[in-house]
Design a protein. Structure first.
Lengths: 305, 500
């Protein structure tokens, strides 16, 4: 459990984070989203103290981190960067082995773990273990970047826009992979992105940030239907406008409608229109199947079909 | 080219010694510079505010002319390898510091962020990736420094540190282009070889680099190892530049080693007069041959008016004892002083044997150097004492022989033991009115040396009164023109006289 209690951070006179109060639950996929400069990366980096907070308290499992042993804290929190930042002088397996080595694991255990992890992401250890990072594609590099972060079984993994520099296909693959991994390993993931699609697909809860203030923290469907304020509404509206060109036929509807009250939607209705109507009515239907906000999220998360 | 090869062959023994010294001085300097520069660069990285000014200052060190730096160091640390190494280290530091600093600064900040986030401390970061990533830069810096140091190390010869610069110095002194070329070409080749070795290492793994440096250090250390063959006492005898002192100190060595258990370490072509004098004072050397006239005029600053060799020697002996507590033994016979020479056939033609005979020949042209032309014991004396009114052409010393040989002048000022006297078949005219000051060579040493090894006096005195002008000319000729080894020439003479 990660708790932010009245946490603030100021550079010069500018508040980057202003009295943040929130709790990230264990095994939660928590996504910080917002326009650039909103303070989301700063918030993330406070958790492993790459950025120190000027006010307030941050607690991990009820221990205040500013007084905790920094090395111990960092060794127990995984970190994945947008720049990937594999060490170019080390091989793939050496990069993965970095934190286990620092934790003093024995060599055989490290070798086993490295191979196991490479198998996990579909990189054949025989083929990949001794390669230089420069010999991998961007997507492969970031897989190794993730493996490096989780190699020593951290409970918490921090990810700072890890997929934003990747091509769309790799990005999608890695989104599916990390979501799956989080569930399998029972990880608490704190994830920063400016990509709403990504946020809505991955998150158990989304925190929308703007100007150093947390605007709203809620589950994706909730935040969609009940924006807490104008900023969140506009942030999503701008996003929805992109959906105005996509129509209802593109939704993959599976659930048969059992609600006779539900309004029927005409062909070619834009998804943005459906989203607006869903905020008044609970459910709509199209060709006998029901449309819920979950279907919208599913569509968004699945991208173009 | 043939000249170059034959000079090289005759100098081979000295060449390998000089090459070894050169490599030793250069590599020690580089290793020390590395040991200073890399930690300094690491420190600067932690103190970004002072990094720029410090880099500027180390840059300024580089602009001090190396000759000036060597000169400045002499009062503090004297002569020999130590000041040479200090100066070379000062030069070598800047490229290594600058490159190490740049190499570390160019590392992607995201890598440092990642490492920090993983909990690495400064040392772990350095060892895990920073040094590796900066290594090509560091190696390039070391390469730059090495090339520079090997080149600059030729100047070390000026302060008695030896090395290939000795050949250049000797070549300049003896006006021998081959010697200069040997020194210059070999030091250039050495720089190229080391540069390409280091270039190769730039791309190597950090492990290979470290192993190579370790091997380098071992070899360097090993090159200083001298098997302890005996516990004989050792003394160091040095000589000025040129063939004559080289032959003399080899004679000293041969007779000392024959008649005592003292082992002699020779430093031939060690430097010029004041340099050797200071080296003796500083205890860097134990003994060297010096001329009577030089002691009175240069060290005692009390030129003797007498032209009686014995009077001059006594003055020198007494004066230098008072001044420096030096002991000056009795001189050898030959005089290395000014002399007037003519071509032998010219001498025959005009029946010339002594300087006064020149008065009988009219219309003589003389080749003198500027100094001789204006000295009271030079041309002025010739006019006053001998009543000669020569048509004087002043020229550079090295040109006088050529001018005489070509017939451009009939009379020349020479030094009485120059090998050219034999080479150009000249006749030296007797100084029958004793115009020229006596310059006789004798061993000069500290009194304390004789206290420690009293047997040296008796041994060295065996040479006193030996070696005529003609014999010295012959020996100089053997070394300079026939390119024989000075040690062999010395040995042959001593054997022929039954001294060894």
């Amino acid at each position: 459990m990660i708790e932010f209690q009245n946490v603030s951070k100021a550079f010069a006179n500018k508040k980057i984070l202003d009295h943040a109060n929130f709790t990230i639950k264990d095994q939660e996929f928590f996504v910080l989203v917002g326009p650039s400069g909103s303070g989301k990366t700063t918030t993330l980096k406070m958790i492993n103290q790459l950025v120190t907070h000027s006010e307030g308290k941050i607690l991990i499992n009820n221990e205040e981190i500013s007084t905790a042993n920094l090395r111990k804290l960092r060794l127990s929190v995984g970190y994945v960067l947008q720049q990937i930042a594999l060490f170019p002088n080390l091989t793939v397996s050496e990069n993965i082995a970095l934190i286990p080595e620092m934790k003093g694991w024995d060599k055989a255990k490290i070798a086993d773990r490295t191979n196991e992890l490479l198998d996990l992401v579909g990189l054949n250890p025989k083929d990949y273990a001794q390669r230089q990072p420069s010999e991998l594609s961007g997507g492969e590099q970031q897989r190794v970047g993730i493996l490096r972060a989780i190699a020593a079984n951290p409970k918490i993994v921090l990810m700072d826009e890890p997929f934003s520099a990747l091509d769309p296909i790799s990005r999608r693959q890695l989104q599916i992979f990390i979501k799956d991994l989080q569930k399998k390993m029972n990880l608490t993931v704190v994830f920063v992105t400016h990509d709403l699609d990504e946020a809505l697909y991955l998150a158990d809860r989304v925190a929308v940030m703007n100007d150093g203030l947390i605007q709203q923290i809620a589950e994706p469907a909730d935040i969609y239907q009940h924006p807490a304020n104008d900023f969140v509404k506009t942030f999503f509206k701008e996003y929805r406008q992109n959906l105005s060109t996509v129509s209802v036929e593109n939704l993959l509807l599976t659930e048969l409608s059992v609600n006779p009250e539900a309004q029927e939607v005409a062909d070619n209705t834009a998804i943005s229109e459906i989203i607006n109507r869903l905020s008044d009515k609970e459910v709509l239907k199209y060709k006998g199947k029901s449309i819920s906000s979950d279907d919208i999220i599913c569509y968004i998360a699945g991208g173009d079909k | 080219m043939n000249q170059l090869i034959s000079t090289f062959q005759s100098q081979q023994g000295q060449f390998w010694q000089a090459l070894l010294e050169h490599i030793q001085i250069s590599l020690i300097s580089i290793f020390i510079a590395i040991l200073i520069s890399i930690p300094l660069a690491l420190l600067l990285r932690r103190l970004p505010k002072i990094a720029e000014p410090v880099l500027q200052v180390t840059g300024i060190f580089q602009t001090i002319p190396s000759l000036a730096l060597l000169g400045l160091l002499i009062p503090f640390i004297g002569i020999g390898s130590l000041p040479a190494i200090v100066a070379l280290v000062v030069y070598a530091i800047f490229p290594i510091v600058q490159n190490t600093y740049t190499g570390l600064e160019q590392i992607e900040p995201s890598l440092i962020e990642a490492a920090t986030a993983f909990g690495m401390n400064r040392r772990e970061r350095l060892m895990k990736f920073e040094l590796s990533l900066a290594m090509p830069f560091i190696m390039a810096g070391i390469r730059t420094s090495t090339v520079m140091v090997i080149g600059t190390a030729t100047l070390a010869a000026l302060i008695g540190a030896g090395g290939l610069g000795n050949f250049i110095l000797l070549g300049i002194n003896m006006n021998d282009v081959s010697l200069i070329l040997i020194g210059a070409i070999s030091s250039a080749l050495l720089a190229i070889i080391f540069s390409s070795l280091l270039k190769f290492l730039e791309k190597a793994k950090i492990k290979t680099i470290l192993i190579s440096f370790f091997i380098g250090l071992l070899v360097l250390g090993g090159s200083y190892y001298r098997p302890q063959t005996s516990n004989h006492p050792q003394i160091t005898i040095a000589g000025k530049l040129g063939a004559e002192p080289d032959v003399l100190i080899n004679m000293y060595k041969l007779i000392i080693e024959k008649d005592s258990n003292i082992r002699v370490n020779l430093k031939s072509n060690f430097g010029d007069t004041t340099f050797l004098y200071n080296a003796l004072k500083a205890g860097k050397i134990d003994l060297y041959p010096e001329f009577t006239g030089t002691i009175t005029s240069t060290f005692l600053k009390d030129p003797v008016s007498s032209t009686d060799p014995n009077v001059v020697w006594q003055k020198a002996e007494e004066g230098i004892k008072k001044l420096n507590q030096f002991t000056y033994l009795s001189p050898m016979k030959f005089q290395d002083t000014y002399a007037i020479a003519v071509k032998s056939d010219f001498a025959k033609e005009h029946q010339l044997t002594k300087i006064s005979d020149l008065a009988n020949v009219s219309g003589l042209t003389a080749g003198f150097d500027v100094e001789f032309a204006n000295r009271s014991d030079g041309n002025i004396g010739l006019r006053k004492l001998y009543g000669l009114d020569l048509n004087v052409k002043t020229m550079q010393n090295s040109l006088i022989y050529k001018a005489l040989n070509s017939g451009a002048v009939n009379v020349a000022e020479v030094y009485s033991t120059d090998s050219q006297i034999k080479q150009y078949n000249l006749t030296v005219l007797k100084d029958d009115k004793n115009l020229f000051p006596p310059y006789q060579a004798a061993p000069l040493m500290k009194e304390s040396l004789l206290k420690k090894y009293p047997e040296l006096k008796k041994i060295l005195n065996k040479l006193s009164g030996k070696i005529t002008d003609q014999e010295m000319i012959e020996m100089n000729y053997d070394v300079n023109v026939k390119q024989e080894d000075a040690a062999k020439v010395a040995e042959r003479y001593l054997k022929s006289k039954g001294l060894i």
